[in-house]
Write a protein that binds this ligand. Sequence first.
Ligand code: UDP
Length: 323
Amino acid sequence: MRVLITGGAGYIGSHLVDALIKRGNEVLVIDNLSTGKIENLRHLLGHPSFHFINDSILNEPLLERFVPSMDLIFHLAAAVGVRNVLQDPLAAINTNVRGTEVVLGLAFKYWKRLVLASTSEIYGKASHVPFREDDDRVLGSTAVARWSYSMSKAVDEHFAFAYAAKGLPVSIVRYFNSYGPRLDERGYGSVVANFIRQALRGDSITVHGDGKQTRCFTYIEDAVAGTLLAGEVKEALGEAFNIGSTRESSILDLAKAIKRLTRSKSPIEFVAYEAYYGEGFEDTRRRVPSVDKAKRLLGFTAKVDLEAGLKKTIAWCREHFAH
Ligand code: UDP
């Protein structure tokens, strides 16, 4: 198969590329390296089945040269991570909304199966966990920039569902706090990367608020497995899926686990949200996926337990983070 991966130089995208190449597919990555990194793909440069174009998904004529010859598209190119979005909300909205409009429009024109990468941020600050795919979304005011990320991805999902209603073979995956090798050292969009960097350097491990907010950390292998299934299984068409682990951890417990596994002497320090995100930040208190639908229709369940996943991630970070 010939597979196009937008955002394939990113943390999740590059792992997806590896999995698809391993299965014997021909892969084309289009990525403008805004948050993606060529290091994530360097081992594949020169591989006969791998092709890379450094450009934006907003370059429609370029995309249109390649989409017709593809069998499958994974659309992962996006501004990701709450902090990243907060730093430039305008760029994030443009990339996420206009970029997806271009990619989905071409998938529709040339009738290609597509998997859209979305996020658990979609659910906003809904307080009723676990989050089911068809649950209501609960968002704050449009004056709070954080929610623009959720909104922009929701527009993407609406596009996808609208095309699906016209018969296009489209599926959506909503990732839940994925972590693993190749996380950005600066911790964009990942408390795991932030804590590991801090622990390895001996800096304070900075827990926001009271540290009782929870997330379900999902190892990259599981996130990739769910994504591949969404591009394969017939029952996935026209559907959105939570792709996540169901093990709920508090941020304070995560800090303790990372401190222990790195044998770090770093103190755990509680800091105000505002110090990191600026004024007027709103957090999601608990985030837990319902994975019933992914299990039933895709046959997906997350397999890697948190401790095992953290160990592998820490081993990679020791090699690749400056400390
Ligand atoms: N967080 C933290 N310390 C950090 C970075 C993040 O306590 O150095 C918290 C953050 O406030 C949030 C949780 O960890 O409550 C998860 O943040 P992340 O950016 O990983 O992803 P999110 O789930 O917010 O998209």
